[in-house]
Design a protein around this ligand. Structure first.
Ligand SMILES: NC(=O)c1ccc[n+]([C@@H]2O[C@H](COP(=O)([O-])OP(=O)(O)OC[C@H]3O[C@@H](n4cnc5c(N)ncnc54)[C@H](OP(=O)(O)O)[C@@H]3O)[C@@H](O)[C@H]2O)c1
Length: 346
C-alpha cells in the first residue's frame, strides 16, 4: 500500500485552551523505527487524558501555576494527542514480527518503564509521552499493537482500551471475585461503564452511582441497584465488598460507610475534585484497604482483547467526529451530555 509523505493531524502546541490545537495537513508521516509499527489510523477514542494533558492539569494545581503533563516534568510540544488507537499495520521497523503487517490492531497505549509489576508505576501514555492517534498515521511500539478479530467497527473498538484497561486493573487490584458486591461511581462515563460491564462479567452484584436521569443506562448494562449522586450521601449499605471510584472529590468519606469489614476501596480518577475529607477511624476500625490504580498491565490488555473477540463486553459508542472536528468533539466531551464514548475518524 502506498504511504503518503504528509498527513492530516492536530498538533497540540502548548498547555491551555483550544487555541493550542492546530489542524495541519502538511505533517510528515512518521517512519517506524526498530521495534515499531506504522499504523494507518481508522479511529481514535476521546478521553479525559486528552483534555487534562491539553490543560496541563496533571501538575497538582488547577490554575496556570503548575501546568504539566501526565508524568510531571518537561512536556514536549508540538505533540499529537490521542491514546485509543485502532487501525491497520501498514509498515514495520526492524525486529518486528512480520505477521503484524496488514493486521487490524487495537493499541494498548501504556508505555511501560521496565519489567514486572513496577513497570506501571511511572508509565507513560501514547498521545502524551509520544505522538498519538489524532492523525492519519502513527508509529507505536510493536508490542502495544494487539491484533483483533471482531465484527465491530473501528470506531466501536476505539471506545475500549483506555477505559476498560483502567477498569480491569482496578478490579484486579481490588481482587473482585464472583459473588462479591461492588459499588461503582461515575457509571455513565467511560471507565464507570467499563467497570460495570467487567464486574458483571465476573458474576458479581453491582450497585452504581449515576447522574440523575441516567439510571436506565446502568440498568440496561446489568446493574442490580442504581443510586443517584444525591442518594449516596445518606446510604449506609454496609454490604459492599469493593468500591471502585473514578469520581473522587468530597463524597469519598460517605462512600466508605458502605463497605463491609475488610472492604476494599480502589480509586483511579478524581473528576469531581482532587481532595476529600476522610474520617480515618472508618478506615482503621473496619480494617479497610485503600488502593490507587492507573492504566493496566500487558496481560490485562490482552485479556480485554480476548473479551472483545468473545463478545463478553460491548462498545458504548455515542458519536463519531471527523478529524477536522476534534475541537467540537472535545467540547462535546467536556459538556458530558452523552452516555458512553466519542471517537475521532481521521
Ligand atoms: N488512572 C487512570 O489510569 C485513568 C484512566 C482513565 C480515566 N481516568 C480518570 O477517571 C475519571 C473518569 O474518566 P472517564 O473516562 O470515565 O470520564 P467520563 O467518561 O467523562 O465520565 C465521568 C463520569 O463521572 C461522573 N461525574 C461525577 N461527578 C462529576 C463531575 N463533577 N464532573 C464530571 N463528571 C462527574 C459522571 O457520571 P455520572 O453522571 O453517572 O455520575 C461522568 O459521566 C477521570 O478523572 C479520568 O481522568 C483515570
Amino acid at each position: 500500500m502506498a504511504i503518503p509523505e504528509t498527513m492530516k493531524t492536530y498538533l497540540l502546541t502548548g498547555f491551555g485552551g483550544f487555541e493550542n490545537l492546530s489542524y495541519r495537513e502538511d505533517i510528515a508521516v512518521p517512519f517506524p523505527e526498530s521495534n515499531e509499527v506504522l499504523i494507518k489510523v481508522e479511529a481514535c477514542g476521546v478521553n479525559n487524558t486528552d483534555i487534562w494533558t491539553r490543560l496541563g492539569s496533571y501538575g497538582g494545581s488547577f490554575d496556570d501555576s503548575n501546568q504539566s503533563g501526565w508524568r510531571g516534568g518537561a512536556f514536549h510540544f508540538p505533540r499529537i494527542q490521542g491514546a485509543d488507537i485502532v487501525g491497520c499495520v501498514v509498515a514495520m521497523g526492524d525486529n518486528v514480527n512480520g505477521e503484524l503487517l496488514g493486521k487490524r490492531v487495537i493499541v494498548n497505549p501504556t508505555l511501560y518503564e521496565g519489567e514486572g509489576d513496577s513497570a506501571l508505576f511511572n508509565a507513560g501514555i501514547i498521545g502524551s509521552e509520544c505522538d498519538g492517534g489524532f492523525a492519519e498515521y502513527v508509529t507505536v511500539p510493536a508490542t502495544t499493537a494487539l491484533p483483533i478479530n471482531s465484527p465491530l467497527s473501528s470506531a466501536e473498538l476505539s471506545t475500549f482500551m483506555v477505559s476498560y484497561l483502567t477498569a480491569e486493573h482496578m478490579l484486579n487490584r481490588s481482587a473482585l471475585k464472583a459473588g462479591d458486591h461492588i459499588l461503582i461511581t461515575g457509571a455513565s462515563g467511560g471507565v464507570g461503564s467499563a467497570l460495570l460491564q467487567l464486574a458483571k462479567r465476573r458474576d458479581t452484584q453491582v450497585s452504581c452511582v449515576i447522574g440523575k436521569g441516567k439510571e436506565n443506562f446502568a440498568l440496561n448494562l446489568g446493574a442490580d441497584t442504581v443510586y443517584t449522586r444525591d442518594e449516596i450521601a445518606d446510604l449506609n449499605d454496609e454490604s459492599v465488598d469493593v468500591i471502585a471510584d473514578v469520581v473522587g472529590g468530597q463524597q469519598a468519606s460517605a462512600l466508605l460507610d458502605n463497605l463491609v469489614f475488610g472492604g476494599r476501596f480502589v480509586i483511579a480518577g478524581a473528576i469531581s475534585g482532587p481532595e476529600a475529607k476522610i474520617d480515618w477511624r472508618k478506615v482503621y476500625l473496619k480494617h479497610l484497604t485503600i488502593l490507587g490504580s492507573t492504566m493496566g498491565t500487558p496481560q490485562e490488555a490482552q485479556d480485554l482483547t480476548n473479551y472483545i473477540e468473545a463478545e463478553e463486553i460491548k462498545p458504548l459508542l455515542h458519536a463519531t467526529y471527523a478529524l477536522k472536528e476534534l475541537v467540537k468533539a472535545q467540547q462535546a466531551f467536556m459538556e458530558k451530555r452523552f452516555l458512553g464514548k466519542l471517537a475521532i475518524i481521521p
